[in-house]
Each structure stands twice: as structure tokens, then as C-alpha cells.
Design a protein around this ligand. Sequence first.
Ligand SMILES: [Zn+2]
Length: 418
Amino acid sequence: MKYPLLAFTALCATLASPASAETIALVGGTVVDLAGKAPIRDAVVVIEDERIQAIGPRASTSVPSGARVIPMEGRWLIPGLMNMHVHLALNLPGASRIYNETPDSMVLRSLDNAQKSLHSGVTTIRLTGSDAGVDFTLKRAIDAGMFDGPRIHTAGSSIVATGGHGKTEVNGPAEFSRAVREQVRAGATWIKLGISGGISDTHGDIGASPFTDAELTTAIEVAHRNGVKVTGHTGSPIASEVAIDAGIDAFEHGYFLTPPVLKKMKQKGVWFIPTIVVSQSGAKEFYRKIGSPPWYLDRVDSVGKAHIQSLRDAIAAGVSIALGTDQYPWEPNEGTTATVREAEIYVDAGMTPAQALRAATIEPARMLGVDNEVGVLKAGYYADIVALDADPTADIAALRTIGFVMKGGKVIRDDRQR
Ligand SMILES: [Zn+2]
């Protein structure tokens, strides 16, 4: 009897011990309060295993004996950033496009981009369209602790009506329900529908609404019956309006969101993931780098003006916004990363720095339904923590100074230790 019991105990110990079994204390930093309350100055954050065990001012929060102390003087602590529109194996039109890419190449590129994203301060991502199931493979490997990487929520393959902006092309309600169920079976916790065309499409009208009502309502109903939320890639006010009526949960890009659509989004609690960086000046440098054709650059220019207006109007209308980039979270953009630049443009478009920080942390956590675990620095929450050299509530550009990244209690990056 003894042997199996011992084996079982050993197995439990293996499963239960995450990468960091030690106690860590981040001492002397300023913990930023994103709800608008006063920050905690000269703070102590005690981390045990994966989670924050205690957080408070040094005067009332003791550092456990034996804890590894990491000095945080002169640093501001915020929750790890969350990027809600990511493709880890992006493959856009242009000279650098990879044709006939194999899944093994995709998964390696995805892993590389996931690790660079985490290093840049992004501790949670939502994937909004991946191919060949590589997103599920990668998520399982990261969740199992095989590789460092951000927490992954994924929509699997993007579902569209034939000819639409997405990978899995289906027709009629029966095929839509099957396609949704297949993604859920594979592990999708979101469904992504391409309800209108995209900037990179060479056919069709981006302003059109190609789904039939039955296709749209069926896809959304089947997803909801499986407890999975639905987001729509949209560049069309008509398609957006129809999708809101059909019960959609979120919109990506929203290049052309009109005030009536925004009003309806606010009323129905539909989320907006702007991905504003894809249509603004910083992206053009990127598109030139990857050799995008001239027609694509022209289209980005014209769409960009409407897109930023949609964002301004959405902020003014009080629509719930969760940050997403549609570029790699770490992609260089105007001297910083796409994720940080996206937050900066939110401030240019009308948010306060605190609102933009919320759009990059607690708001995505709320949208994903994990706001009891991440998105806030609080006892009991995962220790997903980023440290900056300046106060981001005074100037959002402080996000450019990220020099420390912790995910689930594991120090991923500390520039001061190098
Ligand atoms: Zn996208």
C-alpha cells in the first residue's frame, strides 16, 4: 500500500509546485490605484507562489522572514498589461508574407511572439483568430509551465461567410453552428466572427453586411449556449447594428462606428477593442518594413481618419473599451511598443491616463470575466505586475519605462538586475 501512496504524494507535489515556490517581497515602490484613490507609497507587496499574499504601506505590512526582497524604490507598480486583440502568427500581404506556412512554423513564431509580448509587460492576451489550432497547443504548453508566456484566451479560428474576412468559411445556419461548436470543442473561450470586410481584402465592400440574419443569430446563440462570448470584426455600421440586435458581445477595430451605433453599444454593454495603432502613423513604418503594397498603405491612410474619429466618439459616449492592437503586443511603434502606443492614443483621443490604464488592465479582465483573478493588484490575485520608472497617472508615456515584469509570481524581467 505504501508505494502507491508515496507515488501519489510525489505527483501532487510536482503538480502543485509552480515555477516559484519562494516568497518574494517587492519593497519601497508606489502602488498605483487605478480606481482614482491615492496610491500606496513606500509599499510592500508580498507574493507567495503565484499570488499576491499581502499589499500595503511598509508601516503596516511586514516582510516575511526569509522572503527574497526586490527593492522597488523609485518605481511605480501597476497590474500586468492586457492586450485583447492579438495574432501571434500574423501574416499580412506584402513582400514578407509567408506562403503555405506549416503549423510547426506557425507555432514556433507564435511562441517567440508570446515570449516577446510577456517580456514587454503584457501578461494576458486574447487571440482573435489563429490557424491550424496552434493557439490551443501554445496555450496548453504555457499553462503547463513548459514555457514562459502570457495568459492566453483564444477565439480559435475566425469564422466567416464564404468570401469574408476570416479563415473558416461556412454558409447557412447549420454550418455556422457546427463551426462554432468545433472551435468550442478545441478550447475556444471566445468566438470571432468576421461580420464585415477588412482593410486588407481585395474584394467586396468593407461597409457591407454579408451574413444573413439567420447565420448571425445562430452563431451567437450557439456560442452563448456554450458559455462563450462572441466578438465581431467590423468596419461597417450596418453590420454592427445588425450584430448588436443579434446579441453580439464585442466589436474589434470599429473603423466606422457611427454615433447611433455607439449609443446602442453603450445601451447593450457591447465592448469595443479599438486596435487604433493599425491605422495611425506608427503602423505605416511597420507596413513599409514588411513590404506592404502601395494600395494597402493608401487604404490605411483613408481608414485612419474615420477610425480615430470612431475612437473619440466611443470615448465620449462612454462605451466600454478594452485595449487591443492587432499588431504584436511588443511590435515597435513610434519609439515604444504597439501596446503602449495604443494606450497613448487613447489619451490623445479623450481618455485620462487612469482611464487608459484601466482599458489596459481591469477593463479587459472584466470583459474576459477574470476580474476576480487579474487586472488589479490586490491580495489573492495573481501576481502579474509591471514596474515603471515614472507615474503613469500623471503621464501615460510612463508606460515607455517598463523595466520589470512579473507573471504569476515569477520575475520575467528586471532591467536593474542586468
Ligand atoms: Zn485582427
